[in-house]
Design a protein around this ligand. Structure first.
Ligand code: FE2
Ligand code: FE2
Length: 292
């Protein structure tokens, strides 16, 4: 099977049987004769990438310790290894009704980031993956933790919604239920989910959505959407390398579960100017290009 690494590099991944019957991924770059193979360096975040963590917008107010502030620094669903110490609230310039709607949607997005950061952290340690694959997974883990940091800062800048333990339990259950024992299948579901996140974020930054009025917020959503598109491509690539059968069926199942979950916050989507029905219809259309 010949395919193309996310990012455009042509590769010939090979599946190799190893002890215990598990498959190992070994990738050989297609190269001209005489061109020596160099291993990809491990992913190390650049200075800029580290700096941008607290650099979306300056906080407009002093940060005082309060119960709701402390609560916003707690994990939404899962404790990832993202460093949330010393975060400052984002300055949000929205009408109150829109800020409240966004605050009700945020736990869903944050749980997704936490769950993804944990999954990629685990995948990046798998010895059966080659160095290139592990470096890509480490990069995705770094990006997911950074999304978590950004969305936590956003959470700090928004009104605190009523705590909803029922919703938290349901969202946790959703993310635990889509974990697959087999890595390839799990990556197939992540590809379906991250591409769905792109659709949701695209709706939130659409000029028709109330959130688009805040330029910094729109920029933040655009940045996350861009990185999620990369995750969907990479997860899809490795799901195919693992030879998972019926990826499309897995993706449709994942999207159907997601749509049922989002229906619990249909009112909040309405509140920010996103039609929940048309969003659901778009999410249920899984593009054939996702696993092409
Ligand atoms: Fe993310
Ligand atoms: Fe992601």
């Amino acid at each position: 099977m010949e395919t193309r690494r996310p990012g455009g590099t042509a590769t010939t991944p090979l599946l190799r049987g190893v002890a215990g019957g598990r498959a190992a991924i070994v990738s050989a770059r297609r190269r001209s004769i005489g061109h020596s193979h160099r291993t990809q360096p491990a992913f190390v975040p650049t200075k800029l990438e580290r700096k941008i963590v607290n650099g979306i917008a300056p906080p407009a107010m002093g940060v005082a310790a309060s119960p709701s502030f402390e609560r916003a620094l707690q994990p939404a669903c899962f404790a990832s290894r993202a460093d949330l110490r010393g975060l400052l609230p984002l300055e949000v310039r929205l009408r109150t009704v829109h800020a409240e709607g966004l605050a009700r949607l945020l736990p869903l997005l944050l749980c997704g980031e936490e769950s993804a950061a944990l999954a990629f952290a685990q995948f990046a340690e798998l010895a059966r993956l080659d160095g290139d694959a592990r470096a890509q997974l480490r990069r995705m883990r770094f990006e997911e933790e950074r999304h978590e940091v950004w969305l936590t800062r956003l959470r700090l800048g928004l009104p605190a919604p009523w705590p909803d333990t029922g919703l938290r339990r349901t969202v946790r259950h959703f993310f635990l239920a889509i974990r697959e024992p087999e890595l390839g299948a799990h990556l197939g579901r992540i590809a379906a989910l991250d591409s769905a996140v792109c659709v949701i974020l695209g709706a939130l930054r659409n000029p028709r959505c109330a959130l688009a009025a805040d330029v910094d917020l729109r920029q933040l959503v655009t940045r996350i959407q861009f990185e999620e598109a990369g995750h969907a491509r990479t997860a899809s690539f490795y799901a195919r390398v693992f030879g998972v059968r019926d990826l499309r069926r897995l993706a449709i199942d994942t999207r159907e579960r997601l749509v049922r979950l989002l229906a619990l916050r249909a009112g909040a989507f309405d509140q920010v100017g996103v039609c929940p029905d048309s969003l659901s219809r778009r999410l249920l259309q899984v593009s054939r290009r996702l696993f092409a």
